[in-house]
Design a protein around this ligand. Structure first.
Ligand SMILES: [Ca+2]
Ligand SMILES: [Ca+2]
Ligand SMILES: [Ca+2]
Ligand SMILES: [Ca+2]
Length: 389
């Protein structure tokens, strides 16, 4: 919003004329733009995934009131926003402030805190649509005595950073491990418009150390976290693109060209279910992520609906970076178009809360339709009852 798209000039045989520009009736998408002086500016957040071409009509008027109108087509190109900061070798555009100094080593940013209100802030021109990116995922280890961290942000519509655009979240004090924190940003109604800058207060303590592994913005697809127990459709991976929501060996295109055609993940339609899609063209090392909400603490049975023409395909299921179940052995189903359910049981109880689930291809050459999570204890009781009949 407010970004300059281009500037207008008028060619007129009368030398010395001056021109003013305005939007003229007849442009289908005029409302999404504004004109300031000779600059065309955005009046909306443009997202390539939603709409990629806009039509506007512009009038140029000379000082005598004579005018000329012309229709323009504005094409939006798919620029992958930076939404993931891994701090691989430096702060990746983030800056420190208020009694906080940072060093980066082995992919971890370490913050030394020596006074009140320490924070880090991102570049001030993020241009990320808040509505799509409704979660912030942070992996960090808090070695301070505080159990609160905070996120602040500004948007192109509301450019100041203040407490109206803030979400505090609980962190573990004096922690012994790196831990995932998944923050639902839609909890604050001011998480809207186009994000301009993010600020992280990694602790509200005034002394101590925090180790930050990464911070990323991601979005549940289509909008809310999948519920466990329940079904996770493979094709409903997060928003965030290559390296953030998924890792693809062919990131430039969707090889099946179905469903989410602007993503690099390879998707085709289920052979028997025209409204259901599957992820295919899998290769070793590829992965997909999903924001999930576990509503019941228990062991789960995970049933993957999969296909493969080979017997070597293997899938790992991870939650917040940890493998939670034995590898799924995808059987040779005879063809990519023949699906079979394969069940594994989690090796630990899954904790209630919001988590990042990852489907990781240890060995490729399989298709995956979905994962069904069910309470393993209940599933086994039903199996027992059947046995007694
Ligand atoms: Ca890192
Ligand atoms: Ca691809
Ligand atoms: Ca692929
Ligand atoms: Ca599916």
């Amino acid at each position: 919003m407010g970004a300059v798209v281009g500037t207008f000039t008028t060619t007129d045989p009368d030398v010395g004329n001056t021109f003013t520009y305005s939007l003229a009736s007849g442009g289908a998408d005029n409302v999404r733009f504004s004109i300031q002086g000779n600059e065309l500016r955005t009046n909306a957040v443009f997202d390539f995934e939603t709409k990629s071409s806009y039509s506007i009509r512009v009038r140029t008027t000379d000082q005598g009131g004579l005018f000329f109108e012309r229709t323009f087509t504005i094409t939006v190109t798919d620029v992958e926003e930076t939404t993931y900061w891994d701090f691989a070798t430096d702060l990746e555009g983030w800056n420190t402030a208020n009694n906080l100094t940072a060093t980066v080593n082995s992919g971890i940013a370490t913050f030394a805190i020596t006074g009140s209100d320490p924070f880090i802030h991102s570049a001030n021109n993020l241009n990320i649509p808040a509505a799509l990116y409704n979660y912030v995922v942070i992996r960090m280890q808090n070695l301070t005595g505080s159990s609160t961290a905070e996120l602040f942000w500004s948007t192109y519509e509301s450019t100041s950073i203040n407490s109206a655009k803030r979400i505090g979240f609980p962190i573990v004090a004096n922690d012994t491990i790196q831990r995932y924190y998944i923050i639902d940003m839609s909890a604050n109604t001011n998480w809207t418009g186009s994000l301009k800058q993010l600020r992280l207060d990694p602790t509200i303590a005034s002394s101590g150390t925090v180790h930050l592994d990464f911070l990323k913005l991601t979005g549940a697809y289509p909008s809310v976290a999948a519920i466990i127990p329940g079904t996770i459709e493979a094709e409903n991976f997060n928003y965030g693109g290559q390296g953030n929501a998924y890792f693809e060996t062919t990131p430039a295109s969707n090889s099946g060209n179905r469903f989410r055609t602007n993503e690099g993940v390879d998707i085709t339609v289920h052979p028997q279910e025209p409204d259901n899609y599957v992820v295919g063209w899998t290769a070793a090392g590829e992965w997909l992520e999903y924001i999930v909400r576990v509503e019941q603490e228990t062991y789960y049975s995970i049933t993957a609906n999969v296909s493969s023409p080979s017997s070597t395909a293997r899938i790992a299921i991870e939650l917040n970076g940890e493998q939670i179940a034995p590898e799924i052995p995808v059987p040779n189903t005879g063809a990519f178009n023949t699906y079979e359910p394969v069940e594994v049981i989690t090796s630990k109880k899954l904790a209630i809360g919001t988590h990042v689930l990852r489907i990781h291809a240890n060995t490729g050459s399989f298709n995956i339709d979905k994962l069904v999570f069910a309470d393993a204890v209940k599933t086994q009781e039903i199996a027992l009852q059947k046995g007694w009949n």
